[in-house]
Write a protein that binds this ligand. Structure first.
Ligand code: SF4
Length: 439
């Protein structure tokens, strides 16, 4: 028998939350002595971590499975689409095994069954921070799984189950290891970040000899003590979110809040099964800006939800003009198989959805540009992402990786590299990015 370690290929699809699952599976594989290889042909087996959030993602996942089967032949499927085993097997009867979202043990069992680990795992080769798929200077920190809400357009709860928070000590321990390994920005993710600890009844744990409650505010404060940026994503607009803003004003966590609002019309929000009080939301936004004037607000919206009238849509436009959010994503509603919203009457015709999307984006683009223009002349600390021959690509407190803009600093720099913090002054802007010079 050969002594060569068994080799696994890995494909990771979908959102940052799925990426964290991939990192966890890869870390476990590596800990057990599997070699991770980048080419299908070199692998003894391929694991595909799928996404099933929208129909386009399902198609992409099925295609990725097909590609791995064609190139390698031995494929294990895991992730969100794993909850639709029949569909996967109908398209690809050859798959070796199918497991669901965040089912680490089941994936590992399937791997063991089809490719036993080598008898001599090189555990000492595993970095303490585990295996990560992001650049070395930032990392996603997943604090919980699942969601207790039942937004009618979303199937996440049926794919990932109810809220399940990770213990505070475990999350903080992981954050510390990441920062020790060189991470300079922690991106807190989950399906519903503001609900952190609710399922554990906000229990008090002893962490580092101190009693700490399992809740977002406490977690944010503790993360704020680490020498790295902390950025909060997917913060459902519970009233408790208001208590995070002073932490931003104090500089403990980044003044950045990603709050998916989805709509502003009460009747649409009710049908979406989301909290419906946009007037209060505007008041809260005003208050957040009073407490923390530099705060960057990001949100996402859906237009063309079933039953959305011209009046509903106008209310949404009024809201975004009033709220003047910095970063906004907007999607035309598209039905997701298995979502409750599919049973709602009065679907909006596709052409009208696209027309509303275009009108929304036109107004928001101007607002975003105005918000960026307001940054000119400001001094800020930025985190370097990449060094190019004649310029640096960086991000400021208002720019999350992948989704927001960049800060571009012209000139040749020798002494700085990715993961360094640099002080700059903003000199210009375009639709998404800022331009800056060193201070
Ligand atoms: S809060 Fe987010 S994850 Fe939870 S049901 Fe609503 S859209 Fe889905």
């Amino acid at each position: 028998m050969s002594d060569a370690p068994p080799r696994v290929g890995f494909v990771s699809l979908g959102c940052p939350k799925n990426l964290v699952d991939s990192e966890r599976i890869l870390t476990q594989l590596r800990a057990e002595g599997y070699d991770l290889v980048a080419r299908y042909e070199e692998a003894d087996l391929v694991v595909v971590n799928t996404c099933g959030f929208i129909d386009a993602a399902v198609e992409e996942s099925l295609e990725a499975i097909g590609e791995a089967i064609d190139a390698n032949g031995r494929v294990i499927v895991t992730g969100c689409l794993g909850s639709r085993e029949d569909e996967i097997r109908a398209a690809h009867p050859q798959v070796l095994a199918v497991t669901g979202a965040h089912a680490y043990e089941a994936v590992m069992e399937a791997v063991h069954a089809h490719l036993p680990p080598s008898s001599d795992p090189h555990r000492d080769l595993l970095p303490a921070q585990g295996i990560r798929l992001t650049p070395p200077h930032y990392a996603y920190l997943k604090i919980s799984e699942g969601c207790n809400h039942r937004c009618s357009f979303c199937i996440i709860p049926s794919l990932r189950g109810d809220l399940h928070s990770r213990p505070l000590g475990e999350v903080l321990g992981e954050a510390e290891r990441l920062v020790e390994s060189g991470v300079r920005e922690l991106l807190v993710v989950s399906q519903d970040t503001s609900a952190y600890g609710l399922d554990l009844k906000y229990r008090t744990d002893i962490v580092g000899g101190r009693p700490l409650e399992t809740r977002l505010e406490v977690l944010a404060r503790e993360l704020g003590r680490l020498p790295a940026w902390t950025r909060l994503h997917y913060v459902y607009p519970y009233p408790s979110v208001d208590r995070l803003i002073p932490l931003m004003a104090e500089g403990l966590i980044l003044p950045y809040l990603d709050v998916p609002l989805q709509h502003a019309s009460e009747s649409v929000l009710r049908r979406m099964k989301r909290p419906a009080a946009s007037e209060k939301m505007l008041q809260r936004i005003r208050r957040w800006r009073e407490i923390c004037p530099g705060i960057t607000l990001r949100s996402t919206f859906i237009v063309g939800f079933p039953g959305e009238t011209e009046d509903d849509f106008d209310q949404l436009l009024d809201f975004i003009q009033e709220a003047r959010l910095d970063r906004v994503g907007c999607f035309a509603y598209s039905p997701v198989e298995g979502a409750a919203a599919n049973a709602l009457p009065d679907p909006v015709p596709e052409s009208l959805k696209q027309d509303r999307l275009a009108r929304f984006m036109e107004i928001q683009a101007e607002i975003s540009r105005d918000r960026l223009a307001g940054q000119v002349g400001r001094e800020m600390t930025v985190l370097i992402d990449a060094v190019e021959p004649q310029r640096l690509l960086a991000r400021g407190p208002g720019d999350a990786p992948e989704v927001d803009g960049q800060v571009i600093i012209d000139g040749a720099w020798e002494e700085v590299g990715p993961g360094d913090f640099v002080q700059v002054r903003v000199t210009g802007y375009d639709e998404h990015d800022l331009f800056a010079e060193p201070v």
